[in-house]
Design a protein around this ligand. Structure first.
Ligand code: GLN
Length: 276
């Protein structure tokens, strides 16, 4: 599909392969296939591709045209200004989730203990540990494959995180924290978004609870009082239309100061409350 001898400049101009490819995706994949930085794209614009490079780039472009998320193809995504390795075992970190990290940072006392439930790539836990080296960060996940990715990301970012393989609170029995955060699976089973875009390639267990979308949020909220010190916060990310339901379930369980916060798109994305 890509001819050996094509120049870097010509490849950048060519985004119909034969379907239309987003010019930014095209540029990212050219850099990745050729090991070029963005500056290299300009300074080496007349460089010609070898047959090997042409084959490698052609294969990457085809994966993107087949719908595979760009983050899985290049194996990395930036979150909170830090690099995270990602693959099909973990959800791709979303910019929306940076809101949860910011809210967590404001509420974590000095040298506080924080628990991240369903850590996936480790994005939340690693971002917290990196920005707050004083914190004692624990991150759990039920998926050993996800934990392997998360451990790699902690090492990559020199973040100190304790990881537990755990079905929600099971491996944290008897432990207490000063803050609990989570971005759990919250998409209802059968939601059409699951069969669209990047989500088709992401692990379904990280996206959906295979129920009404609220079951993981309920489990986390129900268990948090036994794992939080008095007056400490539980913060959970949720779907665009779930803020009211999550506030209601926290209020029903006696949490105080129950409230939601909006993401950059203006959508109520995180809801939290304090343990009574
Ligand atoms: N924010 C993701 C999406 O809707 C879902 C993440 C999740 O289920 N925790 O694309």
């Amino acid at each position: 599909m890509i001819a050996a001898g094509a120049t870097v400049a010509a490849l950048q101009a060519q985004t119909g392969y034969p379907q239309r490819l987003d010019p930014l995706d095209n540029r990212i994949l050219i850099c990745h296939a050729l090991g070029l930085t963005r500056v290299g794209l300009i300074t080496q614009s007349e460089r010609m591709l070898t047959a090997d490079e042409a084959a490698r780039l052609g294969a990457l472009l085809q994966r993107r045209l087949d719908g595979e998320p760009i983050a899985y193809i290049v194996g990395q995504r930036e979150f909170f200004g830090l690099p995270f390795n990602v693959g099909p075992a973990v959800l791709i970190p979303r910019p929306d989730t940076e809101l949860l990290v910011e809210l967590a940072m404001e509420r974590l006392p000095p040298s506080g203990r924080v628990l991240d439930m369903g850590t996936g790539s480790g994005a939340i836990a690693v971002a917290l540990a990196h920005s707050r080296p004083d914190a004692a960060v624990t991150a759990l996940d039920v998926s050993p494959a996800a934990l392997e990715v998360a451990r790699g990301n902690a090492a990559l970012n020199q973040a100190r995180v304790r990881f537990l393989e755990s079905d929600w609170y099971s491996a944290a029995a008897g432990e207490r924290f000063d803050l609990i955060v989570s971005n759990p699976p919250y998409i209802a089973s059968g939601d059409r978004h699951l069969s669209e875009g990047d989500l088709r390639f992401e692990p379904s267990g990280a996206l959906t609870d295979f129920a009404d979308g609220l079951s993981a949020l309920r489990t986390i909220a129900a268990g948090a009082p036994q794992h939080l010190e008095a007056g400490c916060w539980l913060l959970m990310e949720h779907g665009y239309d779930q803020a009211g339901s999550v506030r209601a379930l926290l209020a029903a369980q006696g949490y105080t100061e129950v409230q939601s916060w909006r993401d950059l798109a203006g959508i109520e994305r995180v809801t939290g409350g304090r343990r009574p």
